[in-house]
Design a protein around this ligand. Sequence first.
Ligand SMILES: Cc1ncc(COP(=O)(O)O)c(C=O)c1O
Length: 400
Amino acid sequence: MLKIRIGDIHIGDEEKKAINEVLESGRISEHGKVREFESEWAKYTGRKYSVATNSGTAALLLGLQTLLNDNRFSKIKKGGRVITSPLTYTATSNAVVLSGLEPVYVDIDPATFTLQTDRIEDLLKKGGKKYCMVLPVHLMGYVNDMDAINMLAEKYDLVTFEDAAQAHGSKYKGKMAGSLSLLADFSFYIAHNIQAGEMGAVVTGDAKIQKLAKKLKANGRVCSCAVCTRSEGKCPYKNKGFDPRFTHEYIGYNFKTTEFQAALALSQLNKIDRIINRRRYNVKYLNEKLLGFSDIFQLPVYSEDVSYLAYPIIIKRPKKLPRKKIMRELEKKGVEVRPLFGCIPAHQPAYRYLKKKYDRKLPNADYAGRNGFYIGCHQYLTGDDLEYIVQVFNEVLKGI
Ligand SMILES: Cc1ncc(COP(=O)(O)O)c(C=O)c1O
């Protein structure tokens, strides 16, 4: 039986060569390949700087810790409120909470899963001073209305931070996702468009944020050179009487990644246009072939600006067609399925302390989290795979 996976990776000659180069270099911890990836990713996203991390979660935490340690942002301090999306992978909220900030959820647009900006404005009108940041999530590749968000941020003196983990190469009014705010995070986890197994990055146009992030990701050490020159006797701190690698200005983390991850990501980055175009073609194909089910399914909005992470579907009549049953039947026939993350305060046990507070306040996120699911639309799906998906949907829905 065919297995249509959510994501896949094919290790070809290019990937093997990249990994072998690392093995032969004798250097596996962060070095030249990581710096090369940072430079290429910054270029690709249209930002000046990129700081690689060992996951997207780490990139979120690093971005937040950087803002907390940057004295230009006095409003961002423990207890500060961060407006964010309730429909996301839990890492977004976790990073906010673990940084001592308070997530405040605003409902989403049901078609694109982006924040409803009029709801943000309502909150800010009531108590703008309590908020310090807006952290929109470009879920499934759909970019939030960043012009409206940035306008509100400016009016109420807030920082904007895009969670672009799922939006590699998505565009908004001609600009890349991740280049529309002060800083952004990306994840290069396995099912994402650029995949490195585990890796992430913070991107920014701000030199101070880049420098601070480089220190904080290495346990807050003093040095932040691109590549260490100490062995060549060129360390800028060589006559200072201390070793900058083991002298720590901040209380930080180890969020450093490895040369292997960067080498894999670089080999993917060479093909990013092909990857994105193929995924977009797959979404378009499935939308055309599944159009007959649009009375029972909300199919994904198609746009040439979206770089799709997956193929999200919302069930319109869940009483007649329960998600559990559809997901089980699709998986039985070899089409891998995932639930659409869940509405954080309503469905995630870790956030049960917020359940009452948000009761009935996030109807769209609650509905999508309860009745949404996604299948893969990745670049390795063949024409036969796509036909098979359509066949399976027809069989499953006939049988329910
Ligand atoms: C929206 C979002 N934010 C953050 C993350 C965290 O990334 P990672 O899994 O690389 O830690 C993910 C992961 O998929 C994500 O989807």
